[in-house]
Design a protein around this ligand. Structure first.
Ligand SMILES: *Cc1c(COP(=O)(O)O)cnc(C)c1O
Length: 419
């Protein structure tokens, strides 16, 4: 059976979409059954912007021609390469000094916890979401062990209520208040990778502070997806990768946020390296660490220029579009996705699934499937849909505002209805 939502609805939405021209600035992977795949995994690995090659080529050319002199005399001098990323701050709603691009995400989480998880015998507990992304679980597990605490005792994971999939803010708040002055850190994702739930970062931060705890967020699935105001919300720290919604190459660099109240305090403890040292004296090779003010003072190593060049290409595009327009389109696309898959389910009785993504969301939709979920996923794959299967039975879809069209979403629904 045909869906009740017709193709012309998607056509109209695409015509009205002010961001529709950005699709042509990306390489859309070719399909076998259609010219371009229906790519819905921009939350896992964003597609390659066409401009990336030129940005990287520039650095390769300068390296070729200048060698070490490129640190100061290349077009984009490598010595201060991280300064080209001031725009990163706009992605997360921060002041430029509060953000720096460096390392990879998990590494950065450990570095930030060196500053923001400093347990004492009376205050050592961490409150986090149950079912967090594995790397985050391992980070927290190894951190509490490193400090000599027992995981079961020191880490409190909050689970959804019976029969529910998302966490209720009121339940998280109640738990933080209950743990009270034993709570050292409230650590959540910005957007949950499995359910697509966007957490109430502002409220969780407020409540964490009310019991004297720090609040930190892994924004891997939030950066480039939802609008955030990390500065105004007084979040203590955050980190994110740039290869998901930010399209900045596989394993690409990570961004960190340190609120200025900590970043501008040279006494904030941290692990140090030469690249975070006061920039004007960095090459004096003297003893005694003097941190650069702001997040820059958390840098350890000199910039991985090639990976950062890829990020620079993408970031220039994000800066042009701006998060408000992107987030607005992302929500709209995702609502359309929900309408379309529910429509397909209505007309095709073989489709049995439940949407587990709550209303507080960005542009990801998670479908909890029944026993033929894997068969459905395989059918989609055969038909050039790139979605994401998560054990035991969830299909994650991310229609991303930068390059997905309403027609991509409709075509997906059309395929579903014909399963
Ligand atoms: C993608 C993701 C990671 C990945 O970490 P890397 O260090 O970049 O490999 C970590 N945490 C979360 C929440 C993620 O979504």
């Amino acid at each position: 059976m045909q869906m009740t939502i017709g193709r012309e609805v998607a056509e109209k939405l695409d015509n009205e979409d002010v961001l529709s021209s950005y699709r042509s600035q990306f390489f859309m992977p070719p399909g076998k059954t259609r010219s371009e795949q229906l790519y819905f995994t921009g939350n896992s690995l964003g597609l390659q912007p066409r401009a990336v090659k030129d940005y990287i080529q520039q650095e390769l050319d300068d390296w070729q021609k200048l060698g070490v002199e490129g640190h100061f005399h290349s077009k984009n001098p490598w010595f201060g390469y991280h300064h080209f990323f001031d725009k990163e701050a706009k992605i997360v709603g921060a002041k430029p000094e509060e953000v720096v691009v460096m390392n990879n995400l998990t590494v950065n989480l450990h570095l930030l916890l060196a500053s923001f998880y400093r347990p004492t015998n009376s205050r050592y507990k961490i409150i986090m979401e149950g079912g967090a992304f594995p790397s985050d679980m391992y980070v927290i597990e190894s951190q509490v062990k490193h400090h000599g605490y027992d995981y079961q005792d020191a880490v409190i994971e909050i689970e959804p209520r019976e029969g529910e999939h998302a966490l209720r803010t009121e339940d998280i708040v109640a738990k933080i208040k209950e743990v009270g002055d034993e709570c050292a850190l409230v650590f959540f994702s910005g957007v949950q990778y499995y359910t697509g739930q966007a957490f109430d970062i502002k409220r969780l931060t407020e409540v964490a502070h009310s019991v004297g705890a720090f609040a930190g967020f892994d924004c891997a699935h939030a950066a480039g997806n939802i609008e955030m105001q990390l500065h105004d919300w007084e979040v203590d720290f955050a980190a994110w990768c740039t290869y998901k919604y930010l399209n900045s190459s596989p394993g690409g660099v990570s961004g960190i946020f340190v609120h200025e109240k900590h970043g501008n305090n040279p006494e904030t403890p941290r692990f140090a390296g030469w690249w975070g040292h006061k920039e004007s004296e960095r090459f004096q090779m003297k003893k005694g660490y003097i941190p650069e003010p702001g997040a820059a003072g958390w840098q350890l190593s000199n910039a991985p220029v090639l990976a950062m060049a890829a990020h620079k290409a993408s970031l220039d595009m994000f800066d042009e579009v701006g998060m408000p327009a992107l987030a607005a389109k992302g929500k709209k696309l995702n609502s359309f996705m929900e309408e379309v898959v529910l429509d397909a389910q209505n007309v095709n009785e073989k489709l049995e699934f439940e949407i587990i993504t709550p209303e507080e969301r960005g542009c990801q939709l998670s479908m909890l499937t029944n026993k033929n979920g894997k068969a459905l996923f395989d059918y989609l794959t055969l038909n050039d849909v790139i979605a994401d299967w998560r054990e035991p039975n969830v299909i994650r879809l991310a229609p991303v505002p930068m390059y997905n069209s309403f027609m991509d979403v409709w075509e997906f629904g059309d395929l579903l209805s014909k399963f």
